[in-house]
Design a protein around this ligand. Structure first.
Ligand SMILES: Nc1ncnc2c1ncn2[C@@H]1O[C@H](COP(=O)(O)OP(=O)(O)O)[C@@H](O)[C@H]1O
Ligand SMILES: [Mg+2]
Length: 292
């Protein structure tokens, strides 16, 4: 793309916003709490005033809309089919949280290949909405689609429980994402633990279990306590952050949202097909004068 085109292409939205922070949540095994954390982290961010969007990218087993009591008309499947645009399917939850629903149980979506997922990722660059953070709830394991979303994100947050199998599977997942797809930076979040000490122990076990060749850069993103309020909120189809704001779990998620907001913002594309890549390029050049 020529620089002149880039400058001419700047919309008011681009002028008003910086690069979008994209956080992909993933895990080596199912049931670790990815969706619960994605939903509540996204809502906590929206409540704090960040313009936040939640993408349900667990394409085969999506349930973000159910957790939040939303009733999507069309979904990502219709976007992939060319029946509507991404912008048409965005739902709004409390505090302005934008939600992109997927289609539960749609086999075609669960089996998308690399190119089709890259197409989905690219569709985000055309969104005209001002945005600070995109939270992506991906599937479990290392399908091509999970890898595409992780490569396209600025942060990969691996959600792990303190169970031997979950820890081993998260290690295997990170090693594959590194070896086969070049993802090297991960943040570890311990979920459903009883204490800060247990969360730190989970992180230590992961460090010890990873191969000794130092191919990954890992950081600890903290812990979310095991707390029945989360399940109660889920049963009521609401976020725990709204239903039980004073619960331990809600407070830990608000705290995580604060932390996330202070993670370094992406400054330039990383070389893969990325969410909002055009906006990033435009933003880099936005300090230059518009001459035509
Ligand atoms: N911190 C937590 N405390 C209590 N229950 C939790 C917690 N995190 C998740 N859960 C419960 O664990 C189950 C699986 O969570 P879910 O978010 O659907 O996992 P995943 O998306 O990884 O499959 C749900 O019943 C959820 O309510
Ligand atoms: Mg899930």
């Amino acid at each position: 793309m020529q620089l002149a085109e880039v400058k001419l292409g700047l919309t008011e939205v681009d002028r008003q916003q910086g690069p979008v922070q994209v956080i992909a949540l993933t895990s080596g095994s199912g049931g670790t709490g990815k969706t619960s954390i994605a939903v509540n982290l996204a809502h906590a961010l929206a409540r704090s005033g960040r313009r936040t969007m939640l993408l349900d990218a667990d394409l085969g087993a999506s349930n973000v809309d159910t957790l939040l009591g939303l009733a999507p008309g069309q979904n990502l499947f219709d976007v992939m089919n060319g029946d509507c645009r991404l912008d048409d399917i965005i739902l709004t939850y409390t505090d302005g949280l934008m939600v992109v629903p997927a289609a539960s149980g749609t086999r075609q979506l669960a089996q998308l290949g690399c190119n089709e997922c890259a197409g989905l990722v690219r569709a985000f660059s055309e969104l005209d909405r001002p945005l600070d953070t995109l939270i992506v709830d991906t599937a479990t394991g290392v399908s091509e689609c999970v890898a595409s979303f992780c490569r396209a994100a600025s942060e990969v947050l691996v959600v792990v429980r303190n169970q031997s199998a979950a820890i081993l599977e998260s290690i295997a997942q990170m090693e594959r994402l590194t070896a086969d797809f070049g993802v090297i930076r991960f943040r570890i979040l311990a979920n459903r633990v009883a204490s800060a000490a247990e969360g730190e122990a989970v992180f230590r076990k992961i460090i010890t279990g990873l191969a000794d060749d130092h191919r990954q850069t890992l950081s600890y993103a903290g812990f979310v306590p095991r707390d029945r309020h989360l399940m109660q909120a889920t049963a009521g189809q609401t976020s725990v952050v709204s239903a039980f704001p004073r619960s331990r779990v809600a407070m830990s998620l608000v705290n995580l949202a604060r932390q996330v907001s202070s993670w370094p913002q992406p400054v330039q594309p990383g070389g893969h097909v990325e969410f909002f890549v055009e906006r990033m390029i435009q933003n880099e050049n936005s300090g230059m004068e518009v001459t035509s």
